[in-house]
Design a protein around this ligand. Structure first.
Ligand code: ADE
Length: 305
């Protein structure tokens, strides 16, 4: 059990059954680059006692990764292990293989890629729509967009209830599954409970960060996740625009700390902008909890129908 023991915590014995043998996993192809290293599509035998193979996603740590990066991956693993009940809007941990080199984290495979790319793809399809109305049924409707937002809020409700702070909530870290299901992913920076983050050499997602997180205190709480959720709403309604498009990340960070908020995007309803603005109260305590955001978004979905 030494593999999973880092400086503070170790994984409890009751969950040891999630350990895979390296020969249970066959890598099929690359899905992308994660914070720690490559993410692969893979086949795993005997996931959840199912006597066959299941398609999974496998996160690995780069060869020659520092022990700090390896520790971060183990922290992500520990965080995911605290989420005992699978939630439909959170990427589920299926297991891990710490006996292999590199260490592997086995998570549910989510077939339609990240939400940012998914939204941006719809832009080109929408342009085609004007030329060819028959493709219209394939593009995202307003209800789809609000549903994405609502689903992410449900996933975040669950994480918040488990005292999990995400710290990097953004469209690039949401995955899209079958039937346009959204799943919150990438717990790489997620930590248990409020705490102060040490700045490492990894770039920070400045455009998504709340004023108190950008300040020297670097305070992360569920309320700073709520701020990022507001920015994620902006990404959704703009089909994947970069927030504060005319500024560099550093300029945006300075303005956010001085109280600047994103403007209402074109095509954004007053109702939806009202929800976003609420996420951007300068004082964290004035921002709504995820449960309230879910309720407000589900009301918007009802109104659309
Ligand atoms: N890319 C990163 N993580 C993934 C996952 N779980 N499923 C599919 N693609 C991914």
């Amino acid at each position: 059990n030494n593999h999973l023991t880092t400086s503070h915590t170790s994984i409890t014995a009751s969950r040891r059954d999630m350990e895979f043998e390296a020969d249970q996993i066959t890598l099929i192809g690359e899905l992308g680059e994660g914070q720690f290293g490559k993410v692969y599509k893979a086949k795993a035998r005997f996931v959840n006692d199912y006597q066959g193979s299941t398609i999974v996603a496998v996160k690995t740590v780069k060869a020659h990764a520092s022990s700090e990066v390896r520790d971060d991956m183990l922290k992500e693993l520990r965080m995911m292990m605290r989420l005992l009940d699978p939630h439909p809007n959170v990427v589920t941990l299926l297991g891990y293989c710490t006996k292999s080199d590199p260490v592997m984290l086995v998570v549910e495979y989510v077939p339609n890629g990240d939400l940012l790319t998914f939204l941006r793809k719809d832009r080109t399809t929408r342009n085609v729509t004007y030329a060819n109305l028959h493709t219209e049924s394939r593009t995202l409707q307003n209800t789809d967009l609000i549903s994405f937002a609502w689903q992410v809020s449900k996933g975040m409700c669950y994480l918040a209830s488990m005292q999990c702070i995400h710290r990097d909530l953004a469209a690039r870290n949401v995955l899209v599954g079958e039937h346009k299901t959204c799943k919150v992913s990438d717990f790489g920076l997620a930590r248990e409970g409020p705490e102060y983050k040490k700045v490492k050499d990894s770039p920070l997602p400045l455009r998504w960060m709340a004023p108190e997180t950008l300040s020297i205190d670097r305070l992360y709480t569920t309320k700073s996740d709520v701020w990022s959720f507001g920015v994620l709403l902006y990404e959704i309604v703009t089909l994947g625009s970069t927030p504060y498009p005319t500024m560099t990340a550093q300029q945006a960070a300075e303005k956010i700390q001085r109280g600047l908020k994103l403007q209402k995007p074109a095509h954004c309803t007053d109702d939806l902008y009202f929800i976003m603005e609420n996420c951007w109260h300068f004082l964290p305590d004035e921002r709504p909890p995820f449960s309230e955001l879910s309720a407000a978004l589900s009301r918007l979905i009802m109104d659309e129908k």
